[in-house]
Design a protein around this ligand. Sequence first.
Ligand SMILES: [Zn+2]
Length: 454
Amino acid sequence: MDLRQVLLPLAFAAVSGAAAAEPVPTVIVDIHALGADRLQAMKNESSVRWAAEFGNELLLGVDPARLGEWTKRPRVRDGLGLLAPEEIWIRDHVCAHQALQPALGVVGGYEVLRQPASVIRFAERSGVVGSALPANGVVAREQRNEAHPKAATAVSSAVQNLVDRVDAERWFATMSALASFNRNSFSPALGAARDWISAHFDANGLVSSRFTFTLENLSNCTPSPPPINIDNPIGLKLGQTLPDEWVVVGAHYDSRNVARCDGTVAPQPGANDNASGCAGVIELARVFANVATERSVLFMCFSGEEQGLWGSRRYVESLQASGEISKVKHMINLDMLGYDASGPLDARVETTAAHAALLGEYSAAAATYAPELNIITSSSTGGGSDHWYFLGAGVPSVFTWENGASVYPHYHKETDVPANMTRARELAGGILKMDAAMLAQKAGLATLFADGFE
Ligand SMILES: [Zn+2]
């Protein structure tokens, strides 16, 4: 199908003329490791009308008369038809196959849709899930394309010792075991998965507890199931010197099948989404076992994520109600860290513009302790995972994962099983090394390794 024919701008013509520019043909350019200067030069070419940067790919609106020149170039693939930048709508880490409107295509791991500019201007009220193109046109940037990419810092032997404890094979085994539970939020087996996670927290010297909440009145879940009480298992490592300052390491452990969100359609193994993240939380708890930290660390697995981030949302609301939210100094979220089909080992680090300085810290940690990763950063993270309500409460929070849910062909399907997670150990191992280094920095290493440290 020729998208250009389908997309002739009918809806666009109906938009009151003022704001929108004329739609032009688009191309997609592979800009992996292009470098800041060449990337800027490409954006400035006379045949380029506008540019939208999506990490390792660049979506360009080009002069219609010169489209042919572009399509003949190396590293260029077909675009998304005629588009104006005001119509670009970006969808990420949402159950897109359920959405009414299919994407035009995937660029740099993000689903790109076309919406009338009028809808985009009133997106919050119109209830469309996604986000507009940021004003600077940069949705995400490869660290290698930064003007000043973060270089490796001096290695701290204490941190390196922790990083060396990350065991990707052990993580893979944990992830595979979790994937064997039915972890739909409405499944009777969810409690068994919760207890299994808590047992791992106990085994690593953490103080286990549960945060219980009611999942109910789900407007986005059809048919809407009856209310149910479910839990977030928590493992507390008490800080040595600053116990009332907390770092949260979280990931959701529930899973879903795209067909229905109430668990009646099975199976929904959720190996990558998100046994991978929950197993990552357990792996970091192991890495930090017997390691004294200045701040307290709360290792936590959320439920109800797949119905709308309910576990993390209700937990954040409870901290806001009790006044304890100010204790949370940092939050690391892990969701889908085990798939990259080929090429560079892409890992995304996301937060909001208010906390953009954290992107440099994570990039430097990766350059130092996980140089195998090709880091892509974004300061326009969406509400697709459990960092969202922490960010909303003002907590500096970072989402670390693969290069978008859209790169994973088994997302929310019964085929989301460990065997389909290409290069799982390499990618998750790298992300967990980066996160271990950042957790050491954010929690602070109290005394150099109380005991049990080789
Ligand atoms: Zn998920």
